[in-house]
Structure formats: C-alpha cells, structure tokens
Design a protein around this ligand. Sequence first.
Ligand SMILES: [Fe+2]
Ligand SMILES: [Fe+2]
Length: 423
Amino acid sequence: MSAKKIGILGGSFNPIHKGHLRMAKAARDEYGLDEVWLVPTGFAPHKDDENMALSYSRKNMIELLLSEEPDTDRIILKDLECKSADKNYTYKTISYIHENYPEDELFYIVGEDSIRYFHNWVHPEIITAYSHILVVERNASDTAGIKTGGISPDEMDVRSAIDYVKEKIPGQYSLLSIEPFSMSSSDIRNSILSGADISKAVGEKVSYYIKDHLLYNRGDYDKDLFNDIQEKLQKRLKNSRYQHTLGVMNTAGSLAMKYDYPVDKAMLAGLLHDCAKGMTEDEQIEYCNKHDIALTESELSSPQLIHAKLGSYLCRNKYNVDDKDICHAIQVHTTGCPEMNLLDKILYIADYIEPNRMNLPRLFEIRQSAFEDPDRTLIMILHDTVAYLDRRNMPADPKTKETYEYYKKYMIKQGKDISLIID
Ligand SMILES: [Fe+2]
Ligand SMILES: [Fe+2]
C-alpha cells in the first residue's frame, strides 16, 4: 500500500457545522490529501461540559452532515478518542495514528485561534514531530484592527503568530485560507435556545436531529414530581395497570439512554401514559363530554382508544405536566401517527415491549429491534397490531393503518428492506 497523505481535524463537533467541512475540504484540495479524518473528542473535562452532547450524537451528526453535503469524498469520521476514559490530548492521538500508520504523512489541521497558544499545549513537540501543521486562516475582513508583531499572540496577525510559535516549537507549519464561516458551534447552541433556525449552518438533517433529541435544550424534572405522580397513580390504577406503568416508565428510560433522549422526560411520559385508565370507559366518555374533549367516531366505537387523548389532557391539567412533547406522545401512544418524533416512538415501543408483556408474537425479536432501529420496530409493532385485529375481525383504527402505511413507505424510501418483517 502506498503512503497516503492524511489530514486530521479534531474538535468537539458540538455540533458539527458547515464551517468544519469547509476547513476539511480546503485542506484536502489545497494540499492534495488522500483523506481528511474528522476526529471528535471524547471525555472533555472542561467548563463547557454541561453543553457537551454525548459522543454518540456528535458522531451521528457528523455522519448526517457528511451524507447531505456535496463534495465530501474522502472526508471521514474516525472515532479515535471517544472510547477513552482519559482526557484526549492531541499528542496522544497523533502518536497513535503515527504508530498505526507509520508510512503515511500526517497533516494536523488547526484553527488560527488555537495556534496562537500551541506552545502551551501538552507535548506540542510530539505533534510537530509526527505531523505537518496546517493553520486555517480566516480569510476575513474581520482581521482589521489586529496588530502585527504585538506582544501577545492574541494581537498578532496569523503569520506573525506562527513565526512566534515556530521559534518555540520547531516544525512544519503552513497556512490554509478559507472563507470565514459566520457561526461557531457555541453560536449554534445559543441560536437553538432562542428558537432560531440553524439549518443553514448545520444542514437539514442535523437540524432535525438536534430538535428530535432536544440536544441543547433538555430541561430537567424534579424528583419530587415523580414521587408525587407515582403515589397518585398507585392509588388510582389497578395493581396490574400500575405495574405495567412502571414497566413502561423504565423501558422508556432505557430506550432514551440508548438513543440519547432526555431520560427523565421519557420516564415521565411512560409514567403518565395510561393515567386515564383509572376511569372506566364510560367514565372516560363522560369526563370528555364534561370537559369539551371532542371524540372521533372511531374513538366512540373503540372506546379503549380514548384514554390516550384523555390521558394527554389529564397530564397537562391534572398532573401539571405542561410539556407539549410528553402530552403529544401520550396522545398518540395507542395508534401512532405519521412523522412521530423520537419521544413518540420511545413511548409507543416501550408500551409494547415492557417486561410485563407476555405471549406476543416475536416479542423477543421486537425487544431486540427496539434497541437497534426504532423505525423498523414501529413497523413490526404496527404490522402485528393490524394483523391481530384482522384475525379477530376487529377494525383497526384509521390512524393505526395510516401510521403503518406511512412507515412502510418511509422505510422503503430509506432503502431499508422490510420484506422479512412484514408478510
Ligand atoms: Fe395505553
Ligand atoms: Fe400502556
């Protein structure tokens, strides 16, 4: 195998944005690199920790942006740091790559802000021994006002800063110019909090991923609230229903951990999902009439569905959990709906697979699938639900059928083979 030129672009990628890819592409094209590796940091014990998304999501977002952006050939996600329990020092990563790819020529890509204090990094001499440093210069008009040859590296122009650093840490340093990118990852996180659209900076898929997982806007729930609701439900529900509720709560929490969704929120949705089951079906209808909760034809002919809509109402008005995601997930937990969000899917699946469930067809496979691919799992559950009702000559709710058709089409569009999981 002939020697390759490999560019390495490290960072927290919290989240990745198009500016990162602009750097990677410029390095690839200007220096004829065979590959550019995006290497997300793992454990990062510094002040930004609270806002640091799990490496799982940061890696998913890198893959999503790479899949959507044009001209990303030979730009590759490399997970070299995430599994480590130690602080990820660049010199260790570069040494590791050098040892494992001794023939290859390494280029370490670094932003101009970071190079200014490169001499203070841990073992910068190891980094320059094994790699050529490519300093990304923001080819910007915003450098106006920066002095040349000032005392602090902060105040120097980038060339003087490199000379200054090079004197302390000899090595090969080159400049790489790119059009500046207007947003940083922290700008993007702030925009999310203010509800601004970030899709221009991160692409549609990453933007959706962040929203679906509530990545930088997680909220938190008081433990007393959980205890309080549990006490009420234990009194109001039959014991078997209460045990089912606890099963759904814990399963929803487990799925949330797997898919990096806020665990408390998923557990709260699980805890409350059947809260209306404390009433009989007649009482539920009466309650709905009294509180102007409109019921559809199909809910009136299959009253076991009513507890979803009513549960959502009680969640907000009786249990004081005024959370639109939780209320929505409860509202759709019996039938599903097209375009379910991640919490909707977690609750729908948890309700079906929780530990007290028994004697359902292929339950083991569905449970396994739940931790592999939520969309495939939805199809399996929807299929089996429709088939079960068919066998008993009972009509499936139109929403269930619509959801089933929607997800079948969705999976096929994604290029996923579902022929083995549906008849
Ligand atoms: Fe239910
Ligand atoms: Fe349930």
